[in-house]
Every structure is written in structure tokens, then in C-alpha cells.
Design a protein around this ligand. Structure first.
Ligand code: AHR
Length: 578
């Protein structure tokens, strides 16, 4: 069995020939380990000679319980950290907390849309429970209608009284009823308080089709298309804050070369116009080009090509963003289980997800060459965990569970985006409901909020807050061949001047004692919430919805010092009162 010692540098495990010698917790060394081990072996041998087996077993059991009760299995690690609020720098754009809702599986149909005649409580066909849950996240924007679906979507199928029934060949080949179309999407946004990020069809559509869609949406003057919109129930011009020009045009969006895509991009950015009068000077619609899908050379080449063209652009075309897609998948096809996994898979997935840092740095560096003023945003408009489909589900529906591991993964990625806030000004997790790393899962009338949902909720105060640098040595969590930083942190000052800090303890076994020294602020108290669960793969289910939910936490504060204990495998957000 095991003989555990904790040293200054972490936990060590000593094996004693298949016999449990002792469990020891505390600061120590391997010398203590072997001395203690020998002592236990001698006692056990003497006991064996004098006492009958049943009695020995009873004594042994009692001793075990006593040891387990007296000594905690592990000791908290200490991390010293410093924050200087006077160094607040770049704004964390609230759009990095964006969502993505594709016509895919039960993401839209059932997830958002149940229709006005449904017994599930709804407003004009849109689920009330979903709207209430999403309002609490202050969702800044929603990307729609895809994904790969966008490059086969023809907007006219989804307006008016008679909807066309089509197919969804990308995602299970199922019927697409088109009952959720332009007006329903804009109504949904209105209900949750978010902005529209519309992806237009470059792959199988035409510039004219996209231009007409935008005129239909945004024209305030009485054009034929604007009148058609009014006849369909919406007199006022809609706002469209962002426009995606194609989706993965190097892959499902048409397998285009960079040059071919650029020739399309120039035409679309020229002719697909937003006519909304309120978006002409200020709050202009952002035009987002297809960007890279990974870190390999081919993707660097794609980013170079688009950014070089941008640098040499003529007056007649422009872009404001370059999209990047990166899933935490491990290997294609996705094979990691979303539930029922252990510490190894937990560590592997977190290791993969931290590659986002290099990816963002690498593509930002290329963008810096052609756009040193950082006018073009890096828009990570598809990110999140992509696991094997849950057994028994349609593999084309990308159904997966969402565990505590995903909450930690989400926090790590949001921290990376915030750290690169000068370039990453928008991101969209894939996807909002029932698909991939979802905020919410539904089963007919039932709904459950996932651990990822709670991270987005806890991070709401970081929307539009100003990034504050944090210095710390996280130490290392080691499991087998995997080593990860033990902790991650983010700090920001909100618009009211309050300091917010987020901490992620990646170590699934040991708590962390954070000793923070604060500059630029005299703190009086600090409190917030922490999110953890019993196991790395703990999930919320329809029957047990509160397994991974935030609970209150407070920190000890004395002037410029703040002490806080982070539970193993947890995400914590606190605010500091002055
Ligand atoms: O999010 C699922 C799919 O992943 C999207 O449709 C596509 O853009 C990406 O490959």
C-alpha cells in the first residue's frame, strides 16, 4: 500500500511491499518516510506474534481511522502573489465572454426554440428558463447560425409565414424546419440582452444574397426588403454588431486557398453593408475574416496571407477582426470521455487547453507585423472542449457532459484571452446549449446549468474591467508524465474601481494558501465564491443539479495583505472592498 509524505516541494509517495505501513502528512523528507516505515513494520511484527488475527484486524482498522482523522492527507501549498492596482492597463472586452449557437443537434431546436405552442413555458417560442439563465451571464454577443451550417444557410428559408423545410447535412442529416430564423434569433437576443454576430454564407451563397440579408436586417429607409421585414413583424432596423465573412473557409466552408478566400473576402466586405443609422459613425459593425485553425505552419501561412493583404488594402475593403478556431480535443477524432475519467485524463486535457496561450501569442505576433496598432482583433470565435459523443446519442449532435474539469478549462482560457486583451477582443465558446462545452443542458422541459455556466457567471465582473497584472510563482502540479502550473490567476479593476481576482487551483489533490500583497489599494475585506466538486469528473445532472455549484468564500485581509485558501481543483473569484 502507500506511504505518503509531503515535502516543501510537494507530495511524495513511498511504497512498502504491499503492506500499509502508515500515512503521514506534513512537511518532511524521505528519511522520515523510511524511519517511520521501519517503526511501523517492527510494531506490526510484534503485534502479529502476540494478538489473535481478529483482534489485530480490529486494532489495525482503529489505527487507520485514527491516522486518517488526525492527519489530513495533504498539506496546502503556499503561493505568494503580488498585485499592483495602479498598474491597471488594458480593458477586458466583454465580448470575450461571447457565445456560439449553431443549428446543430439540440443547440437551437429544444435548447432555445420550442415554438409558441409548446407546453414548455416560452415567450414567442423561446424558452423562458433558458432566457432567465442566460440573462444572468450578461451574454455580450451570440454567433449564429454556424459554424459549418452557416455556409449552407440561405436566410430566406427562415423568414415569413411559410418556412422552407430543408436538411442539415453537416450535422446528422436531419430535417431543418427553419422555424427558428432571422426574426426568432433577433428576438432571442433581445430577450437575453445580447448583440448579434451573424455569419454570412460565403461557401455556397453569393455576395448578393448576403448583402440582401444585411439590408433586410438593417435598412431603416422603406426599401422593398425593409418593408418585407416590417411585414414580417419588425418595423425598426435591427442592429448587427459583428459580421463573420465565411466560416472555416479552408475546410467545411469550401476548402479554399488563402488567395481564393481573399478574393471573396474583398467582395463581401465591400458589398455586404450595414445600413442601420445608429451604426454609421459609432458602433460600426465589425467585419471578421476567416483566420487560422491551429498552430501548424499552414495556419501561420493563412494568418500571414490575410494580414499581409490587410496591410496592403485599398480604400474599398477592410476588416476589423480575424477569427481563430481552436478546440481542446487532444486528437482528432475526439476520443476523450466527457465523464467517467480520472486524474490522468484531467491533467492531459488541461495540458492541451493551455496550448491556447502559445496559439494566441503566435498568431498575435504575426498580426503585430502587419498591424502594429492592433486595429484588427483576434476573434477566438470557436473554442472549448470537444470530447467523444455521449454513448447512445446521435454522433452528429456533438452531445457531451460538462464536468468540473470543463469549469477549470473555461477559466484558464478566459484568463488567457484577458491576458491578451490588447489583441483578443472577442471570443465565443462552442457552444451555448446542448452542444460541445455547453452552458446549459436540456432534456425536453428539464434544464441543468453546467459547471462551465457557473464560471461564466462568476466572471461577469471582469466584463469591461481593466486588466491588472499579477505576479506569482505557481509551482508545479505533477501527475505521472504530466506537469502543469499549480495555479492561475487574473486580476482586474471594474468601472467602479473595485478590485476583482480570479484564482484557479489546477491541483486536484492539494489546496493552496495564497498570500497576496496588494499595492495601490488599502483593502478592508474580501469575499466571493468558489466552485469545486467531489471529483475531477463531477457533473451536474437533471437529478442532481447542485453537485458543482459556487459556494461563498472569504479571505483574511489586513491592509495590504490578503490570505485565501483555494480548495483543490477549484475556480475562485473574489472582490476586494476598500
Ligand atoms: O462547433 C462545431 C463545428 O466546429 C463548427 O460548425 C465548425 O466551424 C467547427 O469545425
Amino acid at each position: 500500500m502507500l506511504f505518503t509524505l509531503t515535502s516543501e516541494s510537494g507530495t511524495r509517495v513511498c511504497k512498502r511491499k504491499g503492506v500499509l505501513s502508515a500515512v503521514w502528512a506534513g512537511r518532511g523528507s524521505f528519511t522520515k518516510c523510511s524511519i517511520l516505515g521501519r517503526w511501523f513494520t517492527r510494531r506490526f511484527t510484534a503485534l502479529r506474534q502476540k494478538v489473535p488475527f481478529a483482534m489485530r484486524a480490529l486494532l489495525f482498522g482503529c489505527a487507520l481511522i485514527a491516522v486518517a482523522t488526525i492527519a489530513p492527507a495533504v498539506v496546502a501549498q503556499k503561493v505568494q502573489l503580488s498585485v499592483d492596482v495602479s498598474k491597471a492597463s488594458v480593458k477586458i472586452d466583454r465580448n470575450i465572454f461571447g457565445q456560439f449557437a449553431e443549428h446543430l443537434g439540440h443547440g437551437v431546436y429544444e435548447g432555445i426554440w420550442v415554438g409558441p405552442d409548446s407546453t414548455i413555458p416560452n415567450t414567442r417560442g423561446i424558452r423562458n428558463d433558458i432566457v432567465a439563465a442566460l440573462r444572468a451571464l450578461k451574454v455580450p454577443n451570440v454567433r449564429w447560425p454556424g459554424g459549418c451550417f452557416a455556409d449552407e444557410y440561405h436566410w430566406r428559408t427562415g423568414i415569413g409565414a411559410q418556412r422552407l423545410v430543408t436538411l442539415n447535412p453537416n450535422w446528422g442529416g436531419v430535417i431543418e424546419p427553419n422555424t427558428f430564423g432571422t426574426h426568432e434569433f433577433m428576438d432571442f437576443l433581445d430577450q437575453i440582452g445580447a448583440e448579434a454576430y451573424i455569419s454570412v454564407n460565403v461557401g455556397s451563397g453569393t455576395p448578393r444574397e448576403a448583402a440582401e440579408w444585411l439590408e433586410y436586417l438593417t435598412a431603416a429607409q422603406p426599401t422593398t426588403l425593409a418593408k418585407e421585414r416590417a411585414a414580417n413583424g419588425h418595423q425598426a432596423a435591427y442592429r448587427v454588431s459583428s459580421l463573420g465573412i465565411g466560416n472555416e473557409s479552408w475546410g467545411c466552408g469550401g476548402n479554399m486557398t488563402p488567395d481564393y478566400y481573399l478574393s471573396q473576402l474583398k467582395i463581401y466586405t465591400r458589398f455586404v453593408r450595414n445600413f442601420n443609422p445608429s451604426q454609421q459613425d459609432k458602433q460600426q459593425m465589425l467585419k471578421i475574416a476567416v483566420g487560422p485553425g491551429g498552430s501548424e505552419t499552414e495556419w501561420a501561412y493563412w494568418t500571414e496571407a490575410v494580414m499581409r493583404a490587410y496591410q496592403n488594402r485599398q480604400w474599398s475593403w477592410d476588416i476589423n477582426g480575424l477569427s481563430m478556431h481552436s478546440y481542446t480535443v487532444g486528437h482528432w477524432p475526439p476520443s476523450f470521455a466527457s465523464v467517467g475519467f480520472g486524474e490522468t485524463e484531467y491533467g492531459q486535457i488541461l495540458k492541451f487547453t493551455l496550448e491556447m496561450e502559445d496559439l494566441v501569442s503566435k498568431h498575435s505576433a504575426i498580426m503585430d507585423k502587419y498591424d502594429p496598432q492592433k486595429k484588427v482583433a483576434l476573434v477566438v470565435d470557436e473554442w472549448g472542449a470537444w470530447y467523444a459523443p455521449l454513448p447512445g446519442t446521435n454522433p452528429g449532435f456533438l452531445v457531451q457532459q460538462n464536468s468540473l474539469r470543463d469549469a477549470i478549462l473555461a477559466a484558464l482560457n478566459l484568463n488567457i484571452f484577458a491576458h491578451h486583451g490588447d489583441r483578443v477582443r472577442m471570443a465565443n465558446i462552442a457552444q451555448m446549449i446542448n452542444v460541445l462545452q455547453a452552458m446549459i443542458l436540456t432534456d425536453k422541459e428539464k434544464m441543468v446549468l453546467t459547471p462551465t455556466y457557473y464560471v461564466f457567471k462568476m466572471y461577469v465582473p471582469f466584463q469591461e474591467a481593466t486588466f491588472v497584472p499579477v505576479a506569482f510563482d505557481a509551482g508545479t502540479y505533477v501527475h505521472g508524465e504530466i506537469s502543469l502550473p499549480r495555479m492561475d490567476a487574473l486580476a482586474a479593476k471594474d468601472t467602479a474601481g473595485k478590485l476583482w481576482m480570479a484564482f484557479t487551483n489546477l491541483d486536484p489533490n492539494q489546496s493552496i494558501e495564497v498570500e497576496a500583497s496588494l499595492a495601490g489599494i488599502i483593502a478592508r475585506s474580501a469575499a466571493g465564491e468558489t466552485l469545486t466538486g467531489p471529483k475531477v469528473d463531477s457533473v451536474n445532472t437533471f437529478d442532481a443539479a447542485k453537485t458543482v455549484v459556487p459556494k461563498p468564500i472569504s479571505a483574511k485581509v489586513e491592509g495590504r495583505k490578503l490570505d485565501l485558501t483555494l480548495e483543490p481543483k477549484s475556480v475562485t473569484v473574489i472582490s476586494v472592498e476598500q
